[in-house]
Write a protein that binds this ligand. Structure first.
Ligand code: ARG
Ligand code: ZN
Length: 852
């Protein structure tokens, strides 16, 4: 059943304190809870509970008669409750068989198990009956009891007591108290056998904080990168937002089985091992960078999410969009800000634009949902971050800081809405509140424009207009405030003659520039100043000009992408692009190898597909993409040998220069193999054999696999052998095969049937199934879809959150050319008969609703 934003009602009862006592036994767990509650509004007392078995219930010390409460549809409802009350409950749950990885679950297998929680968004109701909604804030005290084979017992806040259990020599307990008011989705506890890496941070307010990263003893040496990132994040938030940490302890726990990246539970983050463990030998630079970004993201949630939380789940973007913007800003300070922007925009364009163009399009703040888990989307996270970026850029650094200071001052300790956020930010500029329209309206605006130069008056006029598709089920779109960062370049000198932020806030507007002595080249949407699709009447030559003269690395990348898209999607000639690359690359490879690597980007097959709205032929697109890739490789053929030799393997360093060289070296290796340079196979083998780090080794392996270099199977076998004890590296081993250029459905099947393929570990499932989507020509076949949908069907019951996310990737089936389109539709229709989770059913209804 659908839940609507407009139906929001305050809870009738608030929880002041909650005492939990969680006892873990071999086959089940008992959870005792004591809630001290206070009436806030008229109505029944409503608690949520799913898969929990009620063993006892008392109200103010008296057993509650069965006619005083009822249990139905995941709720326990007590009518005629007094205005203040103490409710005591005992429930039984089964973490050992909880494969959904929500609530309290046992991870691992055999003798190597641990208990962890994931409560956001609605997992706490699988631990006990509780008003499981983010606007109920309470003080938690948690006693956790377990067998001594789980020596590490953790929960939120401060450790107040630990000891042995009387009369049970094998058991012990710990009591934790969290002094901050928090919603249940931020609750966490862990019982495990883990080692810990410890460090310290003194906050700007003088608080001594103990920092702890818990992981398996064999993984502890991979926790240093994350620890350093945590310390850097703490300083960064003090300097940039004036926010210091507020508890004496900050803990991170690494777990192999986790649906998402990580979770910001108060004082006790739980992380997917893939997002916290990092070492040069086992982790590629890209993944290591991601580890730092996720650590920062979860840390920044402490203020944007935890201390100020969401009134209801419709406001998810309030914490996620703002926190992604904050982690992107942090990351931009750790590397070239241009490359950071390139990577963020590339992700947005590849995934969010596709989502916004398809049947799963929804506003950054949705107005209704069936299952909130389906809304942890790139629209809410990444488009949400872009809106905050527009707000920050529109206000400028000083007024943005005034606005965020006001936000923290006004709403600390509260559960609030997007409107509250905008109202705090607008203290220096009331127009900021008009950005609310960005939160309400789905669809990516198309920004079109043209220019007119009048030499008599020396005036340039730029006419811009915006158009957003009308998504079924929503109001007709209205014009949005779109900040368009603009610069005019003098054609003769290549220098900037004017720079301005144009604010397009009507359907169409004309902007003029005076004293322009000759017709300039206009650079628009610099630094991607708004999340829109740009459609300006450029000549290819203008774009080539900008590739040479733009001062900002992001803008240079943006014009290469426009050129590539024109070649691939509008069949423009590739000559201008190839010439511009040839002119730019040799110097850039030396001055900024990381940017040089990015300028050679050709969008992935999936990204190209997202820009095609009908008759998408995966085979044709692959051919066109391969052809352009070959043209680039051929036309710069002499460069690859020069560049590869300029980039010898070096002793490992994590400096930005070293990262840039490694990134470029791997791109050059691919290009050399494409160009058919005869030594390139040797280079790959030597790079693998002499690698100083995973970026080099895996780059070489991937190249060998994709280009079927002689001996690549032996290298795959060697890779497995070397890293067989490291799950995350073995995930790479699976994914390099599952995403290979020449992969077949038989190959995928073989990978899925291996003994080391583990259906309980989402990372492993994704390492095959999500990697496989890199090859649309194979995915969109009857055999490909058989495999893909059978995995969804298999996970539908076991882990519906994961199943639904896998399904969402198929959303653009209706753009396929026949007969693939009907074939895909048949598969999805068949799937609908075989699934039962509300997660998958909600996604499937939207996905199938799209009849193109
Ligand atoms: N709040 C977490 C983050 O942004 C994401 C957790 C979402 N979990 C889920 N099951 N939907 O880092
Ligand atoms: Zn988050």
């Amino acid at each position: 059943s659908k839940i609507n934003l407009k139906d929001y009602k305050k809870p009738s009862f608030d929880v002041e304190t909650v005492d939990l006592d969680i006892k873990l036994f071999a086959g089940y767990a008992l959870v005792d809870s004591k809630l001290v509650m206070q009436r806030q509004a008229a109505g029944d007392l409503v608690l949520n509970g799913e898969d929990v078995e009620l063993m006892a219930i008392t109200l103010d010390g008296e057993t509650l008669a069965t006619e005083r409460y009822k249990q139905a549809d995941g709720k326990l409802i007590i009518s005629d409750a007094p205005d203040t009350l103490t409710l005591e409950l005992q429930v039984r749950i089964h973490p050992q068989t909880n494969t959904a990885l929500e609530g309290l679950y046992m991870a691992g297998s055999g003798s190597d198990t641990m208990f962890v929680t994931q409560c956001e968004p609605e997992g706490f109701r699988k631990i006990t009956f509780y008003p499981d909604r983010p606007d109920v804030l309470a003080i938690f005290t948690t006693r956790l009891e377990a067998d001594k084979r789980y020596p590490t017992l953790l929960s939120n806040g401060n450790l107040v007591e630990e000891g042995d259990v009387t009369d049970a020599p094998d058991r012990h307990y710990a009591i934790w108290h969290d002094p901050t008011n928090k919603p249940s989705y931020l609750f966490a506890c862990v019982a495990a056998d883990l080692d810990v890496l410890t460090d310290y941070h003194t906050t700007s307010e003088g608080r001594e904080v103990t920092l702890e990263v818990f992981a398996k003893s064999t993984d502890i040496d991979k926790c240093h990168v994350g620890m350093q990132a945590l310390k850097d994040s703490m300083v960064w938030d003090e300097v940039n937002y004036g926010r210091a940490y507020d508890l004496d302890r900050y803990m991170i726990v690494a777990v192999s089985q986790f649906n998402m990246g990580a979770m910001e539970n108060k004082g006790l983050n739980i992380f997917n091992t893939a997002c916290v463990l990092s070492s040069p030998e086992t982790t590629t630079d890209a993944r290591s960078f991601n580890v730092k970004a996720v650590i920062a993201h979860e840390y920044f949630h402490n203020w944007t999410g935890n201390r100020i939380t969401c009134r209801d789940w419709f406001q998810l973007c309030l914490k996620e969009g703002l926190t992604v913007f904050r982690d992107q800003s942090f990351s931009a300070d750790q590397q070239s800000s241009a490359v950071q922007r390139i990577d963020d925009v590339a992700t947005l364009r590849a995934h969010q634009f596709a989502e916004d163009a398809g049947p799963l399009a929804h506003p950054v703040r949705p107005e209704s949902f069936v299952e909130i888990n389906n809304f942890y989307t790139t629209t809410i996270y990444e488009k949400g971050a872009e809106i905050v970026r527009m707000l920050a850029n529109t206000l400028g650094p000083d007024n943005f800081r005034r606005g965020t200071d006001e936000y923290f001052r006004r709403y600390d300790g509260q559960a609030v809405t997007v409107e509250d956020f905008l109202s705090a930010l607008s203290i220096t500029d009331s127009k900021i509140e008009e950005f609310i329209a960005w939160y309400r309206q789905p669809g990516t605006p198309i920004l079109s424009g043209h220019q007119h130069y009048d030499s008599a008056t020396q005036t340039l006029t730029i006419t811009l207009s915006q158009q957003t598709r009308h998504v079924a089920g929503f109001d007709a779109p209205i014009p949005l405030p779109i900040p368009v960062a603009t610069a005019l370049f003098d054609k003769a000198t290549g220098t900037i003659i004017a720079e301005r932020m144009l604010m397009l806030d009507q359907a169409q507007q004309t902007f003029s520039f005076d004293n322009v002595s000759s017709e300039p080249v206009v650079s628009l949407l610099r630094d991607f100043s708004a999340p829109v699709q740009l459609n300006y009447d450029y000549q290819d030559e203008d774009l080539a000009f900008l590739l040479t003269h733009e001062t900002n690395g992001f803008n240079r990348w943006q014009v290469t992408q426009m050129l590539v898209n024109r070649i691939l999607l509008q069949s423009n000639d590739s000559k201008v692009y190839l010439q511009a690359l040839a002119k730019t690359l040799p110097t850039l490879a030396v001055t900024d190898p990381m940017l040089a690597a990015r300028l050679l980007d050709i969008p992935s097959a999936q990204e190209l597909a997202s820009a095609i709205h009908q008759n998408y032929d995966p085979v044709l697109i692959k051919q066109q993409r391969d052809r352009l890739y070959s043209q680039v490789a051929e036309s710069l053929k002499d460069q690859w040998t020069i560049l590869y030799n300029q980039l010898p393997l070096e002793v490992y360093s994590d400096s930005p220069e070293a990262l840039g060289k490694r990134a470029l070296r791997n791109v050059v290796l691919d290009m050399a193999l494409t160009a058919g340079i005869s030594e390139a196979g040797k280079w790959a083998q030597q790079q693998y054999d002499n690698a100083s780090c995973m970026t080099e080794r895996f780059g070489a392996l991937k190249a060998m696999v994709n280009y079927q270099v002689t001996g690549s199977d032996d290298y795959l076998a060697d890779f497995y052998q070397r890293f067989q004890d490291d799950e995350l590296v073995i995930d790479l081993w699976f994914s390099v095969q599952a995403s290979a250029e020449h992969v077949t459905t038989d190959d995928i099947q073989t990978l899925l049937e291996r003994d080391d393929f583990d259906w309980n570990t989402p990372n492993r499932i994704r390492s095959v199934i999500s990697a496989f989507t890199a090859q649309p020509t194979v995915l969109w076949t009857p055999e490909g879809l058989d495999i893909y949908t059978s995995v969804i069907k298999k996970m539908d019951e076991a882990n519906p959150v994961l199943a639904s996310r896998l399904l969402q990737v198929l959303a653009r089936w209706y753009t396929l050319v026949e007969p693939r389109r009907h074939m895909a539709q048949d598969h999805l229709n068949a799937l609908q008969q075989q699934v039962s989770s509300k997660h998958v059913l909600e996604s499937l209804a939207s996905v199938l609703g799209a009849m193109g």
